[in-house]
Each structure stands twice: as structure tokens, then as C-alpha cells.
Design a protein around this ligand. Structure first.
Ligand code: ZN
Length: 470
């Protein structure tokens, strides 16, 4: 990806801070919500899998206190007035107008803050290699990073650039979206707010003063009515981008995402991305399932999410075809029953069950659009080629789109304030979440009673988050 194409993510470091921060503040004024993501120095293979929530938090903060955030990605999502779109004259017929009114239009602005912790900290070589492989600019970090010192928050004046960032975000007072965000939130707290408190309850109370409404898209993806079996970020992003297109084809409500001041849209809404599956490609199962493969770039099998999704659609199509044939057979059998009353017809129950199971995998859009009008049209979408290069800003933007999609399709998210997903942060490994709720948890003595929802804060040490080792 060349420099020009990367321009849609605004990088802010210490050299351009003063001129860019005003644009950032301006963009925040119209925010509907913010999505956040971080890059950091890795957490290594630390043992932070204690079952007890308090112990686990203590173990985590011991690790994090010696680590550092490097990048904060912020995607500002602004939902545009729906009436805006109906003015566009290209849609003249009434049916098209109706279709267009189903569009949820968002304008996004993506920022990537580069931050340099001046306090000594530990790095994980493995994570650094990963960052380097994916285009992370260490020169920019050490030459132009916005300075902060995790040990000297009290001494930093409110005019410090990093204080201005967190104040702007907090004042914005809109929902904050993360994906598998426990470490993001801990690092953001430690970088911008204060040293991590000794007690989890204090962490939560203070965090909520800055960000009272947080949603975690990984939690939503695994705990909604149609839970995803794969939930790493680029997978969900690519999948919902496809589903969104299929919704357009089926005249259902759908999303459009424009990047402010940039002509290329963030998501594809013009052509199907599905290609007929060819069996000659071997997909890496680790990567397919978790978005992470320990072999990294050395892996001989494919890490291409496009192909993972093509294969899934291919399987779904096969299931559909099998269902169609079975239905035909069943109708035929019923015909026969009518004529031959005395002959019983046995239906293979196992097969039926198999079909049912497969049904649940079939997502909402029944009709896969195979009308591949993309053979000639190569419409550009703002993407990093094959996800080899990424940044916190881009991941934040992907998280935002995933949230938009859930907001549109998950009934419980229609009213965000009442949502059961509000302030639930994903924890891997156990059937639970970290519930951010200040009032129930006094900031004083926490050793006596532990609220039940805090029974276990599970966090994965190295399946850090979306799709890579951290
Ligand atoms: Zn692999």
C-alpha cells in the first residue's frame, strides 16, 4: 500500500500535533460514537489466567505497568441525517428511493496517535517483529512520538498533548466501541489517565468517568442470538461487509461508510466479493479459527480472509443445494404417500437433524448473490492489501463498522442505553464478561465481598486480541 492510499488515516505525532489536533476536536463534535484500538509493546507470555477476578487484575496490572502503549487508533463515526441521501437525484424511481431510505449512512474519520512513553519499559521481541512485519514505523515512534510518562501523570499540565487527547475523547460523551477490549482499556487508562490502581473496582470507577458507555464487539458477536464461532476482527469485518452487500441486493436496510474528505469508501457496497470456491487452496486452520497463526508469514497455508469467507459461502451453498434436493425428494415422497397409503415412508431423522444444524449456520441473507458483477468492475475500497499492513486506526475503523452492523441487525442494540451488551467487556476462556458498573462496586475496601459478575476476569495472554500475537 502506497503512502497516498494510507492518507485516509490521519497520523498525529508530536511534529504535527498542534496543527492536527484542532481538526480532531472538530470532527469529534459530530460524533455518533467512537471506536478505539491500540498497539503496544506486547505483553509476552505472562501468566495472567487466575480464576479469581481480583488476583487476575493484580496479575495483569503487574505486567502492564512495565509495558507501554505505542499507538492509539480512533475512528470517529458520524451517522448522517437520513434525509441527506434522498436529495440525490440519481435515485429517481420510488422503489429506489425506498431502498435508499434503508441506508444508514455513516461518515468516518480515522486518526492514529503515535505515543512515546519516556519511562523505561519492557518489550516483547515477538510482538515487535510482528509490528515491524506489518509496517509499523519505529522511527516515527522514537523520533516524533507524543511524549507521556506513566509515572508522572500528576506532573503533566492539562495542556500536555496526551492530556488534550483524553480530555477531547471524554468530553465527546458518546459510546466507545472496542473489540476484545480489556487490554486496550487498561493501556488507555495507564497511558492517559493514571497509573493503574491496585483495585479493579477503582479502575472501573475511574474509567467510567471518562467513558461511561462502552461496547465490545467481540462480546456482542459471541453472546448475541446468532453467535459467531469465529470472532476475530478482520473476519467479522469482511463477513459483515459481504452480508451488508447482500442486504442491499435483497433491499434490506444496510450501511454505507464514507471517509470524510476521501473519495474511496471504507466498505464495498457496489459488487459481490464472493468468488466460486476452488479446492486447490489450503487454508490455515489456526488462522481461520482465531485470526492468529504462530508461524506468521512463514506459514505455507493461506491466511486470506477473502478465501475463508468464500469457502464458508461455498459450504452454505452446498447445504442449500442439499436442502433443495431433499425438499424435492420429500415432496415426491408425499406424492407417493398419497397414492400408496399402505406403504410407509421413512424419513432419515439423522439427516434431518444435520440439516437443522446447518441451518443455524446460514446467516440472515438467504440468497447469496452470485451475480458477480465484479468481474470487470474493480471498485476501490479503502483497505490495506490482504491485511499485511495495519494500524490501530484501521483496526479501530473496522471495529466501528462491525458495531454499525450489529446496531442495525441485533435487536437488543436498537436502544443502546438499555442494551444488555452495554459495558460488557469480552473475556476469553470462560462464559463470562467483565461488567463495567461503578455504583455496585465501592472504591474503598474491596477485599470483603466480590460481586458475582466479577467472579472471573479471564484474559488471554497471547491470543491478545483481534488477529495477532501481542
Ligand atoms: Zn498459518
Amino acid at each position: 500500500m502506497n503512502e497516498k492510499d494510507r492518507n485516509f488515516i490521519k497520523r498525529i505525532n508530536n511534529s504535527n500535533f498542534n496543527e492536527e489536533i484542532e481538526h480532531f476536536k472538530n470532527d469529534l463534535k459530530n460524533a455518533t460514537f467512537l471506536s478505539l484500538d491500540t498497539e503496544f509493546s506486547g505483553i509476552g507470555f505472562s501468566n495472567i489466567r487466575q480464576n479469581d477476578i481480583s488476583e487476575r487484575y493484580v496479575a495483569m496490572l503487574k505486567v502492564l505497568r512495565n509495558r507501554s502503549l505505542y499507538e492509539l487508533g480512533v475512528a470517529i463515526y458520524t451517522q448522517l441525517d437520513e434525509d441527506d441521501s434522498s436529495d440525490k437525484n440519481e435515485y429517481s424511481t420510488s422503489s429506489r428511493k425506498r431502498k435508499l431510505n434503508l441506508t444508514r449512512r455513516y461518515e468516518i474519520k480515522i486518526y492514529n496517535f503515535v505515543l512515546l512513553n519516556s519511562f523505561d519499559h519492557t518489550i516483547s521481541p515477538h510482538s515487535m517483529t510482528f509490528l515491524a512485519q506489518h509496517g509499523f514505523d519505529f522511527n516515527e515512534l522514537f523520533l516524533h512520538g507524543i511524549p507521556f510518562n506513566v509515572k508522572k501523570h500528576d506532573e503533566a499540565p492539562p495542556t500536555s498533548p496526551y492530556k488534550i487527547i483524553i480530555d477531547s475523547l471524554s468530553k465527546c460523551n458518546v459510546p466507545v466501541i472496542v473489540h476484545n477490549g480489556i487490554l486496550d482499556l487498561l493501556f488507555i487508562f495507564q497511558t492517559f489517565i493514571a497509573e493503574l490502581p491496585d483495585q479493579l473496582t477503582d479502575f472501573i470507577s475511574i474509567l467510567l468517568k471518562y467513558f461511561p458507555k462502552v461496547f465490545d464487539t467481540k462480546y456482542i458477536s459471541e453472546y448475541c442470538d446468532n453467535p459467531e464461532t469465529r470472532s476475530f476482527l478482520p473476519y467479522l469485518f469482511s463477513k459483515y461487509e459481504r452480508h451488508n452487500f447482500q442486504r442491499i441486493q435483497n433491499e434490506k436496510s444496510h450501511i454505507s461508510c464514507e471517509i470524510k474528505g476521501y473519495s474511496i469508501p471504507f466498505i464495498n457496497i457496489t459488487h459481490s466479493l464472493y468468488k466460486p470456491w476452488e479446492n486447490n487452496v489450503k487454508l490455515c486452520s489456526d488462522f481461520s479459527n482465531h485470526g492468529y497463526c504462530k508461524l506468521g508469514m512463514q506459514c505455507k497455508n493461506s491466511h486470506d480472509i477473502t478465501l475463508i469467507l468464500d469457502q464458508e459461502e461455498h459450504k452454505r451453498n452446498k447445504v442449500r443445494e442439499r436442502k433443495r434436493i431433499k425438499l424435492q425428494q420429500k415432496e415426491l415422497q408425499q406424492e407417493e404417500e398419497k397414492t400408496k397409503d399402505d406403504i410407509g415412508v421413512t424419513i432419515d431423522n439423522n439427516e434431518n437433524q444435520k440439516d437443522k444444524d446447518s441451518d443455524s449456520e446460514i446467516e440472515e441473507s438467504e440468497e447469496i448473490s452470485n451475480n458477480n458483477n465484479n468481474s470487470n468492475v474493480i471498485n476501490q475500497v479503502a483497505k490495506f492489501g490482504n491485511y499485511n499492513i495495519h494500524s490501530a486506526g484501521f483496526d479501530a475503523a473496522m471495529t466501528g463498522f462491525v458495531f454499525c452492523y450489529f446496531h442495525m441487525t441485533v435487536p437488543d442494540l436498537a436502544n443502546l442505553d438499555q442494551s444488555k451488551f452495554l459495558n460488557r467487556i469480552y473475556l476469553s476462556g470462560k462464559n463470562t464478561s467483565l461488567y463495567l458498573q461503578a455504583t455496585k462496586y465501592p472504591t474503598t475496601n474491596t477485599s470483603t465481598t466480590t460481586p458475582s459478575s466479577f467472579n472471573s476476569l479471564i484474559t488471554s495472554t497471547y491470543h491478545k486480541k483481534k488477529w495477532n500475537i501481542k
